[in-house]
Design a protein around this ligand. Structure first.
Ligand code: UT7
Length: 326
């Protein structure tokens, strides 16, 4: 049986670090509030001249290097992002150009924080059907460009960066065992960016009304996230005849430590099975899972044959899971 196997991982970030103490100087908040309510201590922030494609391309180069293949061999590039360099062309096309991946088809997936797993699901299908042999799936965001730095409800949450994986068609037991993707558009207003699309095109009014910034009803999103991510994890395990005890590593979307702990508790996952790094990066949306995966991989937390579960939730609403045998 042909499976899509992750043969390389990579990540990339801005050098600039913004700590909770730095945010205390911008809005009425405290390190104590941010740490206790979210688990976040600091985040990376892109500076002038750095874009989503900058980090996406660097993360992809790192993943290609680990896989030991060249960009010219890649058939497909998918970038999960809600902060593309431009409304069009796709950031994936800019990455293709940067990497000189000349034969790759390239497109973006806009599924907010679930964007990487949506992209992984699509690439998995391309590989299983034989339509592609080698693919790059990237999650990349520069969310700090759409954050309202006067809004204490959101400005402390988000960060910038990218993570990438190389997928290759292999025969055998290792690789992606399943992916599941879901959405519920009835909740679209809970987390969205009102301006700069066809509904509210860029204008003086969109600027004055701050429609260019993301808006979130955090409390509502929190409750729905816990429920949906728990369901997605159970769905992935059940589809493969497994339980949480079979997991060597659980890598959830890194939005809030309290969400992660609530899901871990509901699933019965131990601290040793759980991977968390949001204290250093904040919520990087589509980038959060591949960034965490690259760190786990490079620090030896994943061994050959391990069962790894990815679980995401985001605006749309969207949610998704993927189960992998490493
Ligand atoms: O990435 C995918 C989707 N996103 C998420 O999964 C995020 C989900 N939501 C969350 O992580 C949490 O809801 C937040 C961290 C955003 C907020 O935490 P919360 O415990 O749900 O707080 P809250 O929104 O219920 O607000 C509680 C209080 C409010 O004050 P009042 O109205 O009770 O007086 C807020 O104004 O905390 C206040 N508050 C703050 N205080 C200090 C909100 N933000 C801050 C802040 N510093 N930065």
């Amino acid at each position: 049986m042909i499976r899509a196997k992750i043969t390389g991982t990579g990540s990339a970030f801005p050098d600039k670090v913004l700590t909770n103490c730095d945010i205390e100087k911008l809005v009425d908040t405290s390190d104590d509030w941010i740490t206790s309510r979210t688990g976040i201590k600091e985040r990376r922030v892109a500076v002038e001249g750095e874009y989503t494609s900058t980090f996406a391309s660097r993360a992809a180069e790192n993943a290609l290097q680990m896989a030991g293949i060249t960009a010219a061999e890649i058939d497909l590039i998918i970038v999960g992002t809600i902060t593309p360099d431009f409304p069009f062309p796709a950031t994936a096309c800019l990455v293709q150009n940067n990497l000189k991946a000349s034969k790759a088809a390239a497109f973006d997936v806009a599924a907010a924080c679930s964007g990487f797993l949506y992209g992984l699901s699509v690439a998995d299908k391309f590989i299983k059907t034989g339509a592609a042999k080698k693919a790059l799936v990237i999650g990349a965001e520069v969310l700090t460009r759409i954050v309202d730095w006067d809004d204490r409800n959101t400005c402390c949450l988000f960060g910038d960066g990218a993570g990438a994986v190389v997928l290759e068609a292999v025969s055998g037991d290792a690789g992606i065992l399943s992916t599941h993707i879901h959405s519920d558009g009835t909740y679209w207003e809970l987390l969205h960016q009102p301006g700069c699309g066809s509904r509210n095109p860029a204008s003086q009014k969109t600027l004055d009304d701050k429609q260019i910034f993301l808006r979130m009803q955090g409390n509502e999103v929190f409750k729905l996230a816990v429920r949906a991510m728990e369901d997605a994890a159970h769905e992935a395990l059940a589809a493969n005849g497994m339980t949480a005890a079979d997991l060597n590593l659980f890598i959830p979307h890194q939005a809030n430590r309290r969400i992660i702990d609530a899901i871990g508790k509901r699933l019965g996952v131990s601290d040793e099975q759980l991977f968390v790094n949001l204290e250093r990066y904040g919520n990087t949306s589509a980038a959060s899972i591949p960034i965490a995966l690259d760190e786990a991989n490079r620090t030896g937390r994943i061994k050959s044959g391990d069962i790894v579960l990815f679980d995401a939730f985001g605006g749309g609403l969207t949610w998704a899971s993927a189960l992998v045998r490493w």
